[in-house]
Design a protein around this ligand. Structure first.
Ligand code: GLN
Length: 293
């Protein structure tokens, strides 16, 4: 595709031709991808395409679109091309060091909110392996008097998370710091949440190409059996006494990890407070507390 392919086209025509180009290139969600790319690249809302669809792309816009289509055709996911994605209806910037937020992870946010007796309470939240910060930011957006800390090993992820908290108006209630899981954190938290790396190392090669080639390995690799991060977090939360009385610890898990993660949690002294499934009916979120509350 040459640099000028999309030049001189109206927004609507560019959308039509981009979808056709992606479809011919074997991209399954061609129409949706073309729409997300055009909206994201041109900074438009859906209504700008409907009401202002005749507006002609300028040279710069056409060049950006052509480059983005070439990247999509080579297999790069739309979220990576845009460097941004939506989660919980909020905008998030991404970095190569952060996962693309998944719709499944909204189940974790929902379960965490459902476990809170009073959403107006001054709750303290902790997000372990925060990445883009999407879980913590989504929680704080629903808990008006809560404050939270997001920890991650990656400084670049932390910079992205800080940007996302600020951009969503939560800069004064969210703090981010570098840590190896919860060492050496102290304090008491009402909600401890984590979507840690949980793919067994040997299985990573079998993931979709989009994930395998474009998501950061450190956010996927859960060690030989996929459970390393859960062991570390359970031990750290327990020995540092991070869970407040009545507090809840929530994990995102892989579809086949409910039993082993429950066993690890029980052995670490936690009580089982439930399991949530995702939209596909797979086990996706586990909820734990301390027996006293
Ligand atoms: N759900 C992700 C995937 O299937 C894995 C995310 C993780 O390991 N936390 O690609």
């Amino acid at each position: 595709m040459t640099a000028a392919t999309s030049q001189g086209l109206s927004r609507r025509e560019a959308l039509r031709r981009s979808a056709a180009r992606l479809s011919e290139g074997g991209i399954a969600e061609a129409a949706g991808d073309a729409r997300f790319l055009i909206l994201g690249l041109l900074g438009l809302e859906t209504r700008d395409l409907l009401l202002d669809g005749q507006k002609i792309l300028d040279a710069d816009e056409a060049e950006k679109l052509d480059a983005a289509l070439a990247r999509r055709l080579s297999g790069e996911p739309v979220a990576r091309i845009l460097g941004a994605w939506e989660f919980w209806g909020l905008p998030f910037r991404l970095a190569p060091e952060t996962l693309v937020p998944r719709p499944d992870t909204e189940i974790l946010v929902e379960a965490a909110l459902a476990s809170v007796p009073d959403r107006n309470a001054p709750l303290r939240c902790l997000d372990l392996g925060t990445g883009s910060g999407c879980i913590l930011v989504a929680l704080l957006s629903e808990l008006p008097h809560a404050a939270g800390i997001g920890l991650d090993r990656s400084e670049k992820a932390l910079r992205t998370a800080r940007h996302n908290a600020l951009a969503n108006g939560l800069g004064n209630r969210a703090a981010f710091a570098a840590a190896d899981w919860c060492d050496p954190l102290r304090g008491r938290f009402d909600l401890v949440v984590s979507n840690p790396p949980y793919i067994a190392r040997a299985v990573i090669q079998q993931l979709d190409r989009d994930v395998r080639q474009h998501d950061p390995l450190a956010a996927l690799d859960g060690g030989p059996d996929g459970l390393d991060a859960y062991r570390r977090i359970l031990a750290g939360v327990r020995s540092n006494g991070l869970l407040a009385p009545g507090g809840r610890l929530l994990f995102e898990i892989g579809y086949d990890q409910a039993d082993p993660v429950r066993a690890l949690a029980r052995a670490a002294g936690f009580t089982d407070f439930g399991l949530k499934q995702d939209l596909a009916g797979h086990d996706r979120v586990l909820i734990f507390g301390l027996s006293s509350g």
